[in-house]
Design a binder for this molecule. Structure first.
Ligand code: AMP
Ligand code: ZN
Length: 139
């Protein structure tokens, strides 16, 4: 398992830092977010340290996926949420503060005002296709 000495989530995995644990198996740990966006805000992490989603080996991501949907359902039902967001911030530009890959499960209530705006725009003709080609080339 990859451990990074100064990582707070690695310290939570090892028990050096406290957390309110919900679920764990050999590969993943779920615990309550200490500064929640909403009641029930939960984090799911691989136990092994990877900075970002794209750094995670596929078997680790598969282990995360095995739990993510079930956990999201449990969190949502536990707080009688009307919906939930699953978020994985990657990089400072995207709001990632803890450099150990993690998935937020954020319960939502109708009209709660959380993430109220989703800025979006339309592509000029041909731009989506150009971008798709570039992305394919990077796969
Ligand atoms: P992000 O901005 O995506 O990196 O989110 C990091 C999340 O980790 C935030 O929602 C923090 O509230 C949460 N967090 C930071 N330290 C702890 C901790 N010791 N226990 C539980 N959650 C934490
Ligand atoms: Zn870590």
């Amino acid at each position: 398992m990859v451990v990074k000495q100064d990582c707070i989530f690695c310290k939570i995995v090892s028990g050096q830092l406290p957390s309110v644990r919900i679920y764990e198996d050999d590969n993943v740990l779920a615990f309550m977010d200490v500064n929640p966006v909403s009641f029930g805000h939960t984090l799911l992490i691989p136990k092994s340290h990877y900075d970002k989603l794209a750094d995670c080996p596929s078997d680790i991501l598969a282990a995360v996926s095995l739990v993510l949907g079930r956990l999201a359902g449990a969190v949502s039902r536990a707080v009688a949420a009307d919906g939930y967001n699953v978020l994985c911030n990657n990089g400072r530009a995207a709001g990632q503060l803890v450099d150990h890959v993690h998935f937020h499960i954020i319960p939502r209530m109708t009209g709660d005002g959380v993430f109220n705006s989703w800025p979006s725009f339309s592509y000029e003709d041909g731009i989506a296709e150009q971008l798709a080609e570039k992305i394919c080339a990077e796969l």
